[in-house]
Structures are given as structure tokens and as C-alpha cells.
Design a binder for this molecule. Sequence first.
Ligand SMILES: *Cc1c(COP(=O)(O)O)cnc(C)c1O
Length: 343
Amino acid sequence: MINYLYQEKNWQSQLNDLISDPEELLALLKLTTHDLKSEQLLSQHAHQQFKLRVPRQFVAKMQVGNAYDPLFLQVFPHHLEMQDMEKQIQAGFSADPLGELEANTLPGMLHKYKSRILMTITGACAIHCRYCFRRHFPYQENLPKSRDWFAIEHYIRDHPEINEIILSGGDPLTVSNDKLAQWINRFEQLPQIKTLRIHSRVPVVIPQRIDDDLLRILATTRLKVILVVHSNHANELDIDFDVAMRKLCNINVTLFNQSVLLSEINDNFYILKALSYRLFDARVLPYYLHVLDKVQGASHFLITDATAQTIYQALLKELPGYLVPKLVRETSGELHKTPLNVF
Ligand SMILES: *Cc1c(COP(=O)(O)O)cnc(C)c1O
């Protein structure tokens, strides 16, 4: 643990002080080109396409000198991303694997599943995960402005089956508390909306984001609030995360986690079992275990369905039911996430 990387800063200053220079990251981890295999070397091309971005606090959880650290491998832009692009495309890796551009009903809004809409209220994230299925997503054209709310509100009223609004992104918790409060206030005006769900990785990478103002906003809304955090490995979770989750739990926010199955990072029964127990220590229940979305640049993270199913079977045998996430795939055009069969 390298604590000197960051002081106890508030979350805005942490967000303004992210590491975005790959050389700086390598230096902090005392990794030289000597420690990296050739395919692991920095790819400027990959970095230009989807910039390195990682909070110092997350880097502090990486093991110095370990080129195979599971947190490091999630954020470092290296050569495998750009390798065999023809082959990646042939194997079905695309720029928009979920067909989101088509499902984009209104600016900043996706309505794929009957009772819930997803809103991308910001394009910004606190961390750039190399496997991100939105790494090529044209956010700038697709953020709801205040004036777009009129149309979205209209759409929701025309679809009485919608009862839940999911804030996604980008990462919705990179947005200021004032902005969030403004959005929540709009949702509350619609009697049909019962639940607000926030999907965010920020509580994992900058737990101080769960500050008093945010807690006040979430404690006073009439909506039921669900937070789905995103963690792939128990090494990502620390005492600051526990404290943040305890505060949310105390104001009755329902806490879930989703993970992505990633080759070399968590494609292993022991790691996933440890993650489930670690999440439960923090009062978070595992919700989804996603197989990789086939996005260009992420093909080296892919594991076969057969391997995924084998790992999953072991989880079923070892864990209590409430600590087994649902193993799913997101398929464009389907009306729900698709469970992978495990016999
Ligand atoms: C995953 C997803 C949801 C939420 O699905 P749940 O099964 O309710 O977790 C909603 N909308 C979109 C577009 C999604 O991708």
C-alpha cells in the first residue's frame, strides 16, 4: 500500500488530480519496460483512443513492482488492445457491442427494458476501465440537457409501465450534488416513478464521494434508492469503502455490486469467492457477473463461455445463494439480460 500518493482530499480534488500519464503510473509502480512483456508495453495508440484515467487512491491499492496486478491490468493501455484489429472485428468485437446507438430513444435516454429507463447524465468517469463497452460511445452528442428533460418527461408519461430510472453514464457520481439533486427532483414529480437506481464505480475508486450532502439528498427523496457499485476484485475494496457503504446502508439505500468476468483479472473461482465475501463484509450483495461485452480493444479480456460456466458452477457449490451473482450476457435486441445456462 503506497499511502503517500494522495492525502485525505475531498472527492472533487481527487477527481481533478487523476493520473492520466501512463509514464507517471509506471513510475509510481516502479515498473520499467524491463518488467513488462512486449505485448504489455504502453500503446500510445490505445491511450489516444481511450485515455488512461485512474484515481491515485486506486493506484495506491496496486502492488508496486507487479506487472500482473489485477487493478493495474484493468487500466493500463497496452499493445494487446490494438493487436489483430481485423481478427477482433471478425470475432464480433465492435465499437457499439450493445447496439445502444439504435436503442437511443431520446438524447441521453435508453429504453430497452420494459419498466426501467437508463439515463446517461454525464460522459465523464473517474476511471477508464479498458474493457468498457462504451469506450467508443459518442457521449458529447448524447447528454440530456435541461431542455431535453421536457421530452423525456413526456416519454415517461406516455409509458406508464416505466417505474424506475437508472442513472448511468459515464459515471453519474462524477456529477455535482446540486446537479444530482436537480435530476432527482425532476424524477420525484412523476408519481409513476418509484425507484431511483444509480450505477457507479466511484464509491469503489473514490469512497469519499459518499459525502454528507449526497447522503442528505438520498435520505430525503421519496424514491426507493438502489446503488449498484462496480468492483471486480476484492483488492479494490478497503476500509474507506466499508465506511461509505455503512453510511448508505444506514439511510436504507439498497446496495448491490456488478462485476465483469475478465481474463487474468478475476477468471478464477477463488478470486470471485473472496470478492463475494468481501462485498458482504461491506453490506453489499453480488448482483450481476457479466461476461465481457465484445468491444473493440478488449478482446484479450475474453474468456470462453465454457470457462465462465465452469467457474460459475464452483461458485454455486461453495457459496450461500445470496452471495452468488447472476451470470449474464447483454445482447442487443433482447428484452432482458440473458442468463448463461449452467447445468
Ligand atoms: C442493464 C440495463 C438495465 C437494467 O437491467 P436490470 O436487469 O434491471 O438490472 C436497464 N437498461 C439498460 C439499457 C441496461 O443495459
